[in-house]
Design a protein around this ligand. Structure first.
Ligand code: C5P
Length: 405
């Protein structure tokens, strides 16, 4: 499965209540379908004032449901039938009025009926609020949002910024691709619920002078995928990233650093409070022993300047030495002899799990193959998308953790 087919074989019920953000629901339908889902659209009467069921039917390739009295259903129970087939129910946009109805268990139209009739344990309810900032900030709305959350609904956003009414503030519906990511996340098993996970990712940059430095070809993609997978599995994730140009996974706290020393200084104070530490960063082993304040110039002579190197701190080994250490996972980027090198690093760094991969064949790419090495043996994760591998690694890690008290 590639990252673009995250919702393969999933059936999503997409509900629209009334609001100008209905136009974004058209794009959301396309995103969900592109991700492999089948989409059943359900609209309230107010939603149909903003966008036609014709548009939504064309995009979803299915007739849209707008009424609980829809005679197409043999048993005339659309509210039951539609929710029993669904893997998730997302209401986007969710108006202030609609959230108020859900908060109070009102069910006087098909969409609010679906929210009430869905099997709560199996079908997550995601609400994407969209409204004017005053409506969002109103104590009544905030009370209703707190109630739907307490009842188990996921409230997505809202975002902040320009509003259709001309005002600026909180209440904008999230963008279609963000909502699609939220649906994907909601469907992942919560294997790391209640856990704190710290991940390092990317290369480090060891400055020689103000314009030059030593770095490597790590893209950070594997580490970012692991941070995303851990967050989707329910963990609270902190990602310490070297210099990379990658978007921060949703709901992940990111700390940007450049050098190995900075990465070390960011990681060490956080490490004792974490349940898991996953060191995917390709940390430079050496840094220039001294930093030239000005650019080193050619002086006309044939001799190149000597570059003296000093050893960087080993972040993973330092975390593994902590008296209150998290479950530590190391990465071994090798060019050959994967199993032997990974096992040797497992012992040298004194960590319970080492993940080997062939550096040159994965740096910068979207796929990878991993070899998991621990005291019990080895497990090969064959070539796949980095996000899929990250999810599998998260599963492996979750199985090795002590139960939460
Ligand atoms: O020693 P080596 O670089 O081969 O080990 C790789 C593993 O150790 C990776 O998990 C990497 O993130 C971590 N590491 C580290 N600090 C260093 C060097 C490597 O955390 N200075």
């Amino acid at each position: 499965m590639s990252t673009s087919l995250q919702l393969d074989h999933r059936h999503i019920v997409l509900g629209l209540s009334g609001g100008i953000a209905c136009y974004k629901a058209a794009e959301l339908t396309r995103e969900l379908i592109k991700a492999g889902a089948s989409v059943q659209v359900v609209m309230t009467e107010a939603a149909a004032a903003f966008i036609t069921p014709v548009t939504m039917q064309a995009l979803s390739d299915r007739p849209v449901y707008t009424s609980q009295w829809d005679a197409r259903e043999a048993n005339n129970m659309a509210h039951i039938n539609l929710t029993r087939e669904a893997d998730a129910l997302i209401v986007a946009p969710a108006s202030a009025d609609f959230i108020a109805k859900v908060a109070n268990g009102l069910a006087d139209d098909l969409l609010s009926l679906l929210c009430l009739a869905r099997p709560v344990e199996r079908v997550p309810l995601l609400l994407a609020p969209a409204m004017n900032r005053e409506m969002w900030a109103h104590p009544a709305t905030q009370r209703n949002v707190a109630r739907v959350r307490a009842d188990g609904a996921l409230v997505l956003g809202p975002g902040s910024g320009d509003q259709a009414c001309g005002e600026v503030g909180d209440g904008r519906m999230l963008e279609a691709h963000e909502l699609c990511d939220e649906v994907v996340a909601a469907l992942q098993p919560k294997l790391l619920a209640g856990r704190r996970v710290l991940v390092t990712a990317g290369p480090t940059f060891e400055a020689i002078d103000p314009v030059r430095g030593i770095t490597n070809l790590s893209s950070g993609k594997m580490g970012f995928a692991i941070a995303r997978a851990a967050q989707e599995a329910g963990a609270e994730v902190t990602l310490v990233a070297g210099p990379v140009h990658l978007p921060t996974p949703r709901h992940v706290r990111r700390i940007d650093v450049a050098s190995a020393q900075q990465m070390h200084d960011a990681v060490l104070p956080l490490a004792p409070s974490q349940h898991v530490f996953i060191a995917t960063a390709a940390v430079a082993d050496w840094r220039p022993a001294s930093y030239a304040q000005r650019k080193i110039k050619k002086d006309g002579s044939a001799t190149a300047p000597a570059l003296e190197l000093a050893e960087n701190p080993d972040i993973l080994a330092a975390v593994a030495r902590l008296p209150q250490r998290p479950f530590c996972v190391g990465f071994a980027a090798e060019t050959d002899d994967l199993a032997k090198n990974a096992r040797e690093k497992l012992a040298r760094k004194n960590v319970p799990l080492m993940v080997g991969n062939i550096g040159p064949s994965t740096f910068g790419r979207n796929d990878n193959a991993l070899l998991l090495v621990d005291a019990r043996g080895e497990r090969q994760l064959p070539s796949s998308d980095k996000l899929n591998l990250a999810r599998e690694l998260v599963r492996e890690v979750s199985m090795r953790l002590e139960p939460l008290p």
